[in-house]
Design a protein around this ligand. Structure first.
Ligand code: IPD
Ligand code: CA
Ligand code: CA
Length: 253
């Protein structure tokens, strides 16, 4: 497979965003939006990937569809709210799922031109430079808190957990693009991340990039991620991951 060609296609998102004169924002649910940019990138990558790899299926947040044994998993814009508000932390996230695992991932921030990539077993890279998670201990960590903004009925429980973690670590972050959260751990910019409910396209590419940089990832029970269904996520360098897993398990009982 020509992964360089796939990466070039993903980077076309920068031009697609520049060409879109209006966002045409639609509301899908509570604090959940989609724009013309999301649809344009999804449609473009679907057509290009199907032409290039007709034997591989295609799952996108903005398309009806199901995961198959060999499948591209796309979030055309991860961080749509950031895009709408001009808060330039959004990404295009594309993973290649084959028989239960992600074997290739690319996460691209078109605003900063930062390109995160990984092939299974070959390491993770940011604009070609090899990535390694930090070696910070959990009390030294910056941790992304995925607050489940589309399910505010869970806010009290989620913030109780976040409060305990906040008091233990250096500080919490709210980047609000799951794909970038995982890549930022891979790059050692932050040290951990937890969120109660994520979709396959939020985590497919980022989970591989994180693991190829030496990071750990699981659901809230400590089980490996399944990409066929929504899942909770804990991610981090080893020390932060272990701390988050123990702390979250205590809150989940
Ligand atoms: C969202 C982002 C955000 C996470 C939400 C996701 P979207 O994706 O990844 O970080 O907290 O759960 O839904 O809607 O911007 O593609
Ligand atoms: Ca997303
Ligand atoms: Ca999205």
């Amino acid at each position: 497979m020509d992964f360089e060609k796939i990466i070039d296609l993903v980077k076309s998102a920068r031009n697609i965003i520049a060409e879109q004169s209006e966002l045409h924002i639609e509301t899908k649910g509570e604090a959940d939006f989609v724009t013309a940019v999301d649809f344009a990138i999804s449609d473009f990558l679907k057509a290009e990937l199907q032409a290039l790899t007709p034997e591989i299926g295609f799952l996108s947040e903005e398309e009806e569809g199901k995961i198959s044994d060999a499948c591209w998993i796309l979030d055309p814009i991860d961080g749509t709210t950031n895009l709408i508000y001009g808060y330039n932390l959004s990404s295009v996230s594309l993973g290649l799922y084959i028989n239960g695992e992600i074997i290739f991932g690319v996460v691209y921030n078109p605003f900063t031109d930062e390109l995160f990539t990984a092939e299974k077993g070959k390491g993770a890279f940011l604009n070609g430079k090899r990535l390694q998670v930090s070696s910070r201990q959990s009390h030294e960590a910056l941790i992304e808190f995925g607050a489940e903004c589309t399910h505010k009925e869970n806010a009290e429980k989620n913030f109780r957990l976040a409060c305990e973690i906040f008091c233990h670590c250096v500080d919490l972050r709210r980047i609000c693009s799951s794909a970038l959260d995982l890549c930022y751990i891979a790059a050692g910019r932050i040290d951990g991340y937890f969120e109660k409910l994520l979709k396959p396209w939020d985590i497919a590419a980022g989970s591989l990039i994180l693991q190829e940089a030496g990071g750990r990832i699981s659901d809230f029970a400590g089980e490996p991620l399944q990409f066929a269904l929504p899942s909770s996520v804990i991610a981090g360098n080893t020390a932060t991951f272990e701390y988050l897993l123990q702390t979250i398990k205590k809150h989940e009982v």
